[in-house]
Each structure stands twice: as structure tokens, then as C-alpha cells.
Design a protein around this ligand. Structure first.
Ligand SMILES: Nc1ncnc2c1ncn2[C@@H]1O[C@H](COP(=O)(O)OP(=O)(O)OP(=O)(O)O)[C@@H](O)[C@H]1O
Length: 337
């Protein structure tokens, strides 16, 4: 339904996105995830036909966004970061207006507006002036204006920014209810948004796609993974070597003091290790038995699960290392948390 191939955009001499390629299948919700400045809005605006690309192509329902921009605008609903609302209009009046400019025939407009109002749970507010609505309701009106002409594809740029936790849940549920009948791209810099809402995720950093996959698959593909954290006494290199050879163990690494949970009392002579298991295995019993058999004292053993946050940090950090530049990724993640 949405096909993006080798898309690039350069502002002056600054590349905002470079060689971006991804697809979204019919009925799917794709999360477009990246830190601030990664190039999400630029990509969304090109797809919505509001900005020409410097090179590459994007097609929506088979129509090229540049060559057939009018047809594309009929096929998509777009919610920009700041919803384009007319504050002095009523919700219903505004949606009628949008339906008209989106080319919905006059006879069909009442039914389309009613459907969008119901879908976005705005029945109680349909006669209210937009200026008087809370931010959460305004965001629903923003989504209603994106879907009022019943487009097959919907592009939502950071739809939950600035909402309170209850409103965030409501908007996420609304987006999920649109999947299946609609194809959705949802841009966000908030990780939980992706794992809670999306079937697949494209991760973008510094204008380049660094991964596209299901959230579950991303977790198993990378060196981050589920495993165990250990506090033991003994020689670190011997423990690592011994554990590394156990069946089901993928990786053994030291945990630095800075990475330990803040409540951990660091004891002299103790070593702290993270053992990452092979996907689908649970070598906990073997690890404990091997440690005791070889004379290491085991003080603590905790199961740990990888999160999408680990994947995101790993991918964006690898990108930074290869780009050899500092980045604000950690700050963005702290913000997201
Ligand atoms: N009109 C513009 N002129 C010049 N540079 C721009 C312009 N718009 C965006 N950029 C730059 O392009 C890059 C990508 O910006 P973009 O807004 O697409 O990122 P984003 O992922 O949407 O970030 P955010 O989450 O902060 O909105 C950034 O480095 C930004 O500074």
C-alpha cells in the first residue's frame, strides 16, 4: 500500500534523509521511530505530498506522491505534528469543511462526518467550538480530519505528543481500531508507543533507516537478548570463559558499576556479569550448576528481558560509532522514558 524507495531530501547542503526505503502492507501499522531530528517529519511530509523529495520515489496505493499528488491526497489522511484546526469552527463544521476540500461529494458528507465523529468518539463534542476543547480532544479532531474522507492510508506524525497518560491510551486505542481497514504509518520518538501499537517498526537515525522488522523479531535478531545478571565471587575471565561454553549461552559480558541498578551495594571482590541466552533457550539451571561446580560463589542471579529500548540504543549507537559523531540519542531515550 505504501512503497518508499531510496528517498532522499537535502535542505540546502544539509541531508535530512538519505536513501530511505521501506514498505507498509495493507492494514498494517508501521511505527516510524527515531530520535529528534532523525528525519521522521521530513519523510512524512514527502509521503503526504507537502514536500518534494530530492531523489527517490514514494507510492501510495500505486500513485507516485510527486507525479500524482492530487490522487495521493485523496488516498491518504495526514495528521501533522500540529493539527491544522480552525479554532473558531465547531467540530462538526470543521469536519464538513475538510470533507469538502478533500473532494467528498456533498451528498456523502453528512454520513462521512458522522462516521469520523463516531470513530473518534467525539459525539459529545460535535457542536463545541474547537478552541474550547482540551488537547486530547483536539488531537481526536486532528485524527478525525485525517480520516473523514475515508482514505485507505493514514500518516500520523507524533500523534500522542503533549497528551496526558489517559489521553495517550485513548489515542493509541483509536489508532489500533483503525488498523485492518486502514494502512497506518505512525511516527514517534517514544519506544513504548511502537511496542504497544505497531505491527512493524522502521528505525531511522540521522536520516538513514537502520532497521525494519517486527518488534519481536528485532529483539531476537540482535545481540541484546534475554538472559541473566549474576553477582559472583571469583576470577572474572575464568567465569566468563566457562559460562561462554555452556549450551544456550550466546554472550557473556561484564556489567560496569554505572550500569548496575542504583540500589546494588557493590562489594569488594564481587564480579557482576550479564549472560545473554540464545533465543528460545533458558540456560539458568545450567549456569547456576556450572558456577557452583567450578567453585564460584553465587550471590545473586536475576532473569532479565531485553526491551525494544535496548534494540533502539544498540542500533542508534552502532550508527553513531560508524558516523564517528556524538549524538543526543540517550537524552531522547531518557525523555521517552
Ligand atoms: N526546513 C528545513 N530547513 C533546513 N533543515 C531542516 C528543515 N526541516 C528539517 N531540517 C533538518 O532536517 C533534519 C530532519 O528533521 P525532521 O524534522 O525531519 O526530523 P524529525 O525526526 O521529525 O525530528 P522531530 O522529532 O524533532 O520533529 C534535522 O536535522 C532538521 O534540523
Amino acid at each position: 500500500m505504501i512503497e518508499v524507495e531510496h528517498l532522499s531530501k537535502i535542505y540546502g547542503s544539509t541531508p535530512a534523509i538519505t536513501d530511505v526505503t521501506f514498505n507498509v502492507e495493507k492494514g498494517e501499522i508501521l511505527g516510524f521511530l527515531g530520535p529528534n531530528g532523525a528525519g521522521k517529519t521530513t519523510t512524512m511530509r514527502i509521503l503526504a505530498g507537502y514536500l518534494p523529495a530530492s531523489s527517490g520515489t514514494a507510492r501510495i496505493a500505486g500513485f507516485d506522491v510527486h507525479e500524482n499528488s492530487l490522487a495521493v491526497r485523496q488516498k491518504i489522511g495526514y495528521l501533522p505534528e500540529t493539527p491544522p484546526l480552525y479554532p473558531e469552527m465547531t467540530v462538526e463544521g470543521f469536519l464538513h469543511f475538510v470533507a469538502r476540500i478533500k473532494g467528498v461529494p456533498a451528498g456523502d458528507r453528512p454520513a462521512k462526518v458522522k462516521a469520523a465523529i463516531e470513530r473518534c468518539n467525539l459525539q459529545q463534542k460535535r457542536r463545541v467550538i474547537i478552541r474550547k476543547l482540551s488537547k486530547g480532544y483536539r488531537q481526536r479532531v486532528g485524527i478525525a480530519q485525517a480520516i473523514v474522507h475515508d482514505p485507505p492510508a493514514i500518516i500520523l506524525d507524533e500523534p500522542t505528543v503533549g497528551l496526558d497518560p489517559r489521553q495517550i491510551i485513548e489515542v493509541r486505542n483509536l489508532i489500533k481500531s483503525l488498523a485492518g481497514t486502514h494502512t497506518i504509518i505512525l511516527s514517534t520518538h517514544i519506544l513504548p508507543e511502537v511496542s504497544m501499537t505497531c505491527n512493524r517498526v522502521t528505525i531511522i537515525n540521522r536520516g538513514k533507516v537502520v532497521a525494519t522488522d517486527t518488534p519481536e523479531h528485532l529483539l531476537t535478531q540482535l545481540t541484546v537478548g534475554s538472559g541473566y545478571e549474576l553477582e559472583i565471587e571469583g576470577e572474572a575471565s575464568l567465569a566468563k570463559q566457562m559460562l561462554q561454553n555452556l549450551p544456550g549461552v550466546k554472550l557473556v559480558e561484564s556489567i560496569t558499576a554505572a550500569a548496575l541498578p542504583s540500589h546494588t551495594p557493590i562489594q569488594d571482590g564481587r564480579i557482576y556479569l550479564r549472560v545473554i541466552s540464545q533465543p528460545g533457550t533458558e540456560p539458568g539451571k545450567e549456569i547456576a550448576a556450572a558456577l557452583l561446580r567450578t567453585g564460584f560463589s553465587l550471590y545473586e542471579m536475576r532473569r532479565v528481558s531485553a526491551t525494544l529500548e535496548d534494540v533502539f540504543l544498540q542500533l542508534t549507537t552502532e550508527e553513531n560509532i560508524s558516523g564517528n559523531e556524538a549524538d543526543s540519542t540517550i537524552t531522547d531515550e531518557e525523555e521517552a522514558a
